[in-house]
Design a binder for this molecule. Structure first.
Ligand code: PEP
Length: 257
């Protein structure tokens, strides 16, 4: 049986300035212990302006959690005003970077070619992309969630070699469940997560697919995380709103308790 270490990641979105970030990370650092870190991987995904503060705390205190950014440019440097490159994130020792979050797709027009280019940019700088995929309400109502999500996966992974794809994290986030309080049932999450794994096996091979972590995201809270995590193809959670409360995020990290 394949064992995949669950990845519990907090997407802060556009919340917490750098002082608030320090206070928040300190709370997490106080609460989490070696038992937690041995059981799961924990990551925070703050806004760009907080990353240096988070890095200083994590490095200075040898904290065992990981951190990363919520987006990156598809370019490595140059005349792209307002953009942040993978090289800059790597310099801040980020582990992860979200790519193709539904809010980027919706508000910034990111389509599959852009998502694909950003995944390539992440790999050029040894960042692990957390690729977000998932359907909107209209697609769900039409029962097309699996083909829709797999088409996003295919587009995002175009020309990505197996050596890189093996380390990717995929987050299945049904858009209708993000920030709405509307959580997918554990069976809904399992249906699409298992289809994603199946497609990874087709695109690459079964061993690669068995090793990739697939998270669920969408209104995850301490009260629903255990049931979602009990599904065989769900290997973690991408948590938005609930991660801003340190105590709540720690409860989510301890979903087995
Ligand atoms: C997210 O933004 O990735 C997310 C899952 O948000 P929420 O938990 O607030 O639904």
């Amino acid at each position: 049986k394949v064992t995949r270490t669950p990845l519990m990641a907090g997407n802060w979105k556009m919340n917490l300035n750098h002082l608030e970030a320090i206070a928040h990370v300190q709370k997490l650092a106080f609460a989490l212990n070696d038992k937690d870190y041995d059981a799961v991987e924990v990551a925070v995904l703050p806004p760009f302006t907080d990353l240096r503060s988070v890095q200083t705390l994590v490095d200075g205190d040898k904290l065992r959690f990981k951190y990363g950014a919520q987006d990156l440019s598809e370019h490595d440097s140059g005349a792209y005003t307002g953009e942040i490159s993978g090289a800059m994130l790597a310099k801040l020792k980020c582990d992860y970077v979200l790519v193709g979050h539904s809010e980027r797709r919706q508000y910034h027009g990111e389509d599959e070619p852009v998502v694909n280019a950003k995944i390539k940019a992440a790999f050029r700088h040894d960042l692990t992309p957390i690729l977000c995929v998932g359907e909107g309400l209209d697609v769900r109502k039409a029962g097309q969630q699996v083909p829709h999500t797999l088409a996003q996966l295919d587009g995002a992974l175009k020309d990505i070699p197996a050596a890189q794809a093996a380390s990717i994290v995929v987050a299945y986030e049904p858009v209708w469940a993000i920030g709405t309080g509307e959580v997918a049932t554990p069976e809904d999450a399992q249906e699409v997560c298992s289809a994603i794994r199946g497609r990874l096996a087709e695109l690459y091979d079964q061993a690669l697919a068995d090793g990739v972590r697939i998270q669920y995201g969408g209104s995850v809270k301490s009260g629903n995380v255990t049931a979602i995590m009990s599904q065989p193809d769900v290997d973690g959670a991408l948590v938005g709103g609930a991660c801003l409360d340190a105590e709540e995020f720690v409860k989510i990290v301890r979903f087995r308790d």
